[in-house]
Design a protein around this ligand. Structure first.
Ligand code: CP
Ligand code: NVA
Length: 308
């Protein structure tokens, strides 16, 4: 069976734990090495990762490219706009053709249905590099970062502030799988996907909607936010106004546990979803989080190829 990574549930809790452990080990094993040096065991030698981008990316693009290189493989990066996909070749035919050239496909697309279609017709693993619905690779890096900073996942209290978006959906999914809790503080009308919330609750996670930002953050272990306007969304004045009470600033952060950490998947908009003093402050772990995209991607690739 081809292993796809379209959402975290494709892997499940045991595989997620194994991937995080492997990422921790591989990260430690290459501490101080030049970034282009291949891991000692070169586990994906000869493998090629094809990457399709329908939307902009810095972290996902470079971390996946470096991830496959450090594992001994190589990559081909494709801009959807310059592919025949961009002028109407079907997703299914693209999947069939690319499967003959590359060993795995990572895609960042505006429409989750497209990645499902790609996976249906591909004969190689397909990885979700962000869709309008979810961003599972980001959350693998977030979980790794949280653990690296000394926090165990079970029972963890995570407060999400701002827009109910793709990143939040994957956090909620992870909560159900890894048994932590999420307090969601978003303005009315900007709620996240209810199917992810229902599944997480059914899996035993405590997922609560708390309209008051200070109440949501009170006693939290982790405070997390993201851009108020995701790629492909309308940037309306109304939206920014509605989001303002959910800005993560020093005053809000002070309500979390004293050892709470601040996460943001980046790119950040200083002065909008978070202030500069929080993003650059002592509780922020955003640069570790960004670095961990690389270490997490390696584990995801290894899992997709059946090596974990
Ligand atoms: N966090 C994240 O996915 O960043 P990029 O959009 O730069 O890939
Ligand atoms: N929610 C953001 C995440 C960017 C990494 C977006 O979809 O644009």
């Amino acid at each position: 069976m081809t292993r796809n990574f379209l959402n975290l549930s494709d892997a499940g809790p045991d595989a997620i734990a194994a991937m995080i452990n492997d990422a921790i080990d591989r990260k430690a094993a290459r501490a101080g090495w030049p970034k282009g040096k291949i891991d000692g065991d070169s586990p994906l030698a000869g493998h090629v990762l094809g990457m399709i981008f329908e939307k902009n990316s810095t972290r996902t693009r470079v971390s996946f490219d470096m991830a496959i290189r450090q594992l001994g493989g190589t990559s081909i990066v494709m801009d959807a706009g310059s592919m025949q996909l961009g002028r109407g070749e079907s997703v299914a035919d693209t999947a069939r053709v690319l499967s003959r050239y590359v060993d795995a496909i990572m895609i960042r697309t505006d429409d989750h249905a497209k990645i499902e279609e790609l996976a249906e017709h591909a004969t190689v693993p397909v990885i979700n590099g962000l869709t309008d619905l979810s961003h599972p690779c980001q959350i693998m890096a977030d979980l790794l970062t949280v653990i690296e900073h000394g926090k165990a996942l079970p029972g963890l209290e995570i407060a999400w502030l701002g827009d109910g978006n793709n990143v939040l959906n994957s956090i909620v999914e992870a909560a159900g799988l890894m048994k932590f809790n999420v307090r969601i503080a978003v303005p009315q009308g900007y709620e996240s996907d209810s199917a992810f919330i229902d599944t997480a609750k059914a899996n035993g996670a405590n997922v609560t909607m708390i309209r008051d930002a200070a109440e949501a953050v009170s006693g939290a272990d982790i405070v997390v936010t993201d851009t108020w306007v995701s790629m492909g969304q309308e940037n309306t004045h109304n939206k920014l106004g509605a989001m303002m009470p959910y800005q993560v600033n020093e005053k809000l952060m002070a309500g979390a546990k004293p050892d709470a950490k601040f996460l943001h998947c980046l790119p950040a908009h200083r002065g909008e979803e978070a202030t500069a003093d929080v993003l650059d402050g002592a509780q922020s772990v955003i640069w570790d989080e960004a670095e961990n995209r690389l270490h997490a991607q390696k584990s995801i690739l290894l899992w997709c190829f059946g090596k974990l």
